[in-house]
Design a protein around this ligand. Structure first.
Ligand code: DHB
Ligand code: FE
Length: 297
């Protein structure tokens, strides 16, 4: 059967993609950011998945106010690159896994989550920046991403957005879906976006290190409590775009220590998760960068 072996969490700041694409990553401003991902790039090589289930948000690239799916699963064989702002990044298109995506859609919908099935979906910095941070920058035009990716887009842009609790429950359903797939596949689940940032209004530029770090600690040790964070707390404490963090709860809910919504095994026991990497840095554009790698034991 297929198994989720690890989860990865990272911010998706578009300026990080631009820094890589324009060769600015060695500049003093960006050095500390990329240093935080050196371990991660090696870890990706040492722990190469067969498939990445990548939870991210679309920034008015594939979707617009015309159509706002809360949860959209990409079932296509290939996803073209597109973006707002700096425009499409010069990175390869993303290869999908239509069979596993269709199986997850079937299983998760039968577990009472209404997913939108998307057979045509360009992907933006929300998905490509995490891939670049974890897999490195394309050295030449024959570069491919290391494995197929199932894009899973969550609406955290236009209200109403899903609650952290619903995202956490959805993660548990995704784990059951993966584990009922009859091929041996090593699957990583990634939660992306966040941490604190606000891009507009009088509080633009808001960063809250203390809140971010307390929430990271809670996500690791007591994800059910992190899932109970009300939507208004993200907005008040982590800024209007801090709400992107609910996507991390989908990945956390899919880890093996979570059962029926709570941690079922205490640290050190058979089902506990292992923190392989923990990184936090400010500044990076307008956003606090947070990054975790958790492994199932
Ligand atoms: C920034 C962060 C985002 O998450 C985003 O989607 C756009 C911009 C920023 O930090 O500038
Ligand atoms: Fe964003």
């Amino acid at each position: 059967m297929a198994r989720i072996t690890a989860s990865v969490y990272t911010s998706h700041v578009p300026a990080i993609g631009a820094a890589l694409d324009l060769g600015k990553d060695k500049e003093p401003y960006w050095q500390p950011v990329f240093k935080g991902y050196e371990f991660s790039k090696q870890w990706m090589k040492d722990n190469k998945p067969d498939v990445i289930f990548l939870v991210y948000n679309d920034h008015a690239t594939a979707f617009s106010l015309d159509m706002i799916p809360t949860f959209a699963i990409g079932t296509a064989p290939i996803f073209p690159i597109a973006d707002e702002g700096w425009g499409p990044r010069p990175v390869p298109p993303v290869v999908g896994h239509p069979e596993l995506a269709a199986h997850i859609a079937q299983s998760v919908i039968q577990q009472d989550f209404d997913l939108t099935i998307v057979n045509k979906m360009p992907v933006d910095h929300g998905l490509t920046v995490p891939l670049s941070l974890m897999c490195g920058q394309p050295p030449a035009n024959d570069f491919h991403w290391p494995c197929p990716v199932i894009p899973f887009a969550v609406n955290v842009v236009q209200y109403p957005v899903p609650s952290g609790q619903r995202c956490f429950n959805l993660g548990q359903a995704i784990r059951r879906a993966v584990e009922s797939y009859d091929q041996d596949l090593n699957v990583h689940i990634w939660g992306t976006g966040g941490m604190s940032h606000q891009l507009q209004g009088p509080r633009a530029g808001l960063i809250n290190r203390e809140w971010d770090n307390a929430w990271l600690d809670l996500l690791i040790a007591d994800p059910a409590a992190a899932a109970a964070t009300p939507h208004i707390d993200y907005v008040r404490e982590a800024g209007s775009e801090g709400i992107e963090l609910v996507m991390w709860l989908i990945a956390r809910g899919a880890m093996s220590d979570v059962s029926r919504g709570a941690i079922k095994d205490i640290a050190g026991s058979a089902n506990s998760v292992r923190v392989r990497h923990h990184f936090y840095h400010v500044p990076a554009s307008n956003t606090a960068v947070g990054h975790l790698i958790l492994e199932n034991s």
